[in-house]
Design a protein around this ligand. Structure first.
Ligand code: GAR
Length: 190
């Protein structure tokens, strides 16, 4: 199975996938990184591991259809089977949804449907909830919507700061994403 990872930023989830593949914990090949930000740290991570990268600038295209058509061409050229979003901060459009139906997955730092969109961790702190978490779901045309595949709760303690909560959520994300990708792609279906 060949996967593409889409990222816009730091890429700590991307790194967790790279590490799991390197350690032989995940029997997939990372065939491509797709990135919409020239300055994203994820690009450096791909380069360090010899992973092909397609970096594009959305502003230089007339429409989402236009840049997704270029992405699709890259996905086909690298024989990509599945797409995993890891901090890709853009809605997926019809071109990719049509070609990869049921094979695009996203990770989000909250228990959806609570706190979709940007800064889910800040939203949870602001709301004063005691429990938040991580959701992995199939992607549809909405913002952090689509059928849930896996969820895990993370407690918010009195002493938590934004940084400490982010650390707990990220640790959960990295573990749950690897486990879920493994379940989806390497045969451990229920
Ligand atoms: C992750 O927490 C991911 O769940 C979130 O962006 C972060 C990227 O971190 N995604 C969303 O909020 C999607 N709506 P990373 O670049 O270190 O993997």
């Amino acid at each position: 199975m060949k996967i593409a990872v889409f990222a816009s930023g730091t890429g700590s989830n991307f790194q967790a996938i790279i590490d799991a593949v390197s350690a032989g914990e995940l029997a997939v090949e990372i065939g491509l990184l797709v990135c919409d930000k020239q300055e994203a740290k994820a690009i450096e991570r791909a380069a360090n591991h010899g992973i092909p990268t397609f970096v594009f600038s959305p502003k230089s295209y007339p429409s989402k259809e236009a840049f997704e058509t270029d992405i699709l061409e890259q996905l086909k050229a690298h024989s990509i089977d599945w797409i995993f979003l890891a901090g890709y901060m853009r809605l997926i459009g019809n071109v990719l949804l049509g070609s990869y139906t049921g094979r695009i997955v996203n990770i989000h730092p909250s228990l959806l449907p609570s706190f979709p969109g940007k800064d889910a961790i800040g939203q949870a702190l602001q709301a004063g909830v005691k429990l938040t978490g991580v959701t992995i779901h199939y992607v549809d045309e909405g913002m952090d919507t689509g059928p849930v595949i896996a969820q895990e709760a993370v407690r918010i303690d009195e002493s938590d700061t934004r940084e400490s909560l982010q650390r707990k959520i990220q640790a959960t994300e990295h573990r749950l994403y690897i486990q879920t990708i493994g379940n989806l792609l390497t045969g451990a279906r229920a």
